[in-house]
Design a protein around this ligand. Structure first.
Ligand code: 4FL
Length: 264
């Protein structure tokens, strides 16, 4: 997968591109992060990339010109000219364009899965008060939010998206780590975890986990996940119950027991 990132601060991505898992994915050719410094495309002699908003108000707005030129440099040549609009149903830049923005669709497991299936993505990181709307309209940007809060810029949000999406690319994770087993992806929160020693200053590990009885352990973990999900994320539990998960007889019994209990 190739991810083009349009940013005013490409150096902010170094910890992500150099991290152990994503760095390895880059070296193996599984993930290519193409950092594009928007300023490099400014036609202004001082490389200006932002200006004051029409209509007044605080802050600065990222200008259309540097962004249009940066995006044109990515787009397929036949789609790159403004005089030849993209054919109906075709993406103007030939790929999904994503503007990291608190106005957008909330990033969740479903969206991450969807994006991981793409060959190429382009992420735009905003700063200041935002981006000239003509950029978002013309290039058909989708807006994606990582939560209801404002950051100092879209870069951290883009890194969150890249990290979460990369884990779905086959071979990015080691064989011992499976994406599908995990909490939100199965629909339930992850169960409690323990490691050695069995007793630490008198604090003990639930006995079943050290019993060696794999069936009993799996059932304890299932019950623990269900109970946690019910008390912390009743919204997730409702969605899980609606999806009619494939369950064994023993699991169904546990599900009935947990659901019958009022939440903690
Ligand atoms: C982007 C916040 C996505 C949450 C400032 C600029 C943001 C953000 N999700 N804050 N972009």
């Amino acid at each position: 997968m190739k991810v083009d990132v349009l940013t005013l601060f490409p150096e902010m991505f170094a910890p992500v591109t150099g991290s152990s898992i994503l760095g390895r994915a880059g070296e193996k050719g599984l993930l290519y992060i193409n950092l594009i410094n928007i300023r490099d495309y400014s036609s202004d002699k001082h490389s200006k990339a932002d200006d004051t908003p029409f209509g007044g108000g605080p802050g600065m707005v990222m200008m259309a010109q540097p962004l249009f030129d940066a995006i044109r440099s990515l787009a397929a040549p036949q789609e790159a000219g403004l005089d030849t609009p993209a054919p109906a149903g075709r993406r103007p830049a030939g790929r999904r364009m994503i503007y990291m923005s608190p106005r957008g669709r909330l990033l969740d497991a479903a969206l991450i899965r969807e994006l991981a299936a793409e060959e190429e993505l382009c992420l735009l990181c905003g700063h200041y008060e935002g981006v000239d709307q003509r950029v978002l309209d013309y290039w058909q940007f989708e807006e994606v939010s990582i939560g209801d809060y404002i950051l100092t810029g879209g870069e951290l949000a883009a890194m969150v998206l890249i990290d979460a999406v990369a884990r779905f690319i086959p071979e990015v994770l080691g064989s011992s780590e499976s994406v599908e087993d995990e909490s939100v992806y199965s629909g339930l929160l992850e169960c409690d975890q323990y490691t050695k020693p069995r007793s630490y200053e008198g604090l003990t590990v639930p006995e079943v986990l050290t019993s060696g009885n794999h069936k009993e352990i799996a059932l304890w973990q299932y019950e623990n996940s269900l109970a946690l999900t019910q008390s912390r994320r009743p919204d997730l539990l409702r969605a899980y119950l609606e999806k009619e998960p494939e369950l064994s007889k023993a699991e169904k019994k546990i599900l009935q027991k947990v659901v019958a209990k009022p939440p903690l």
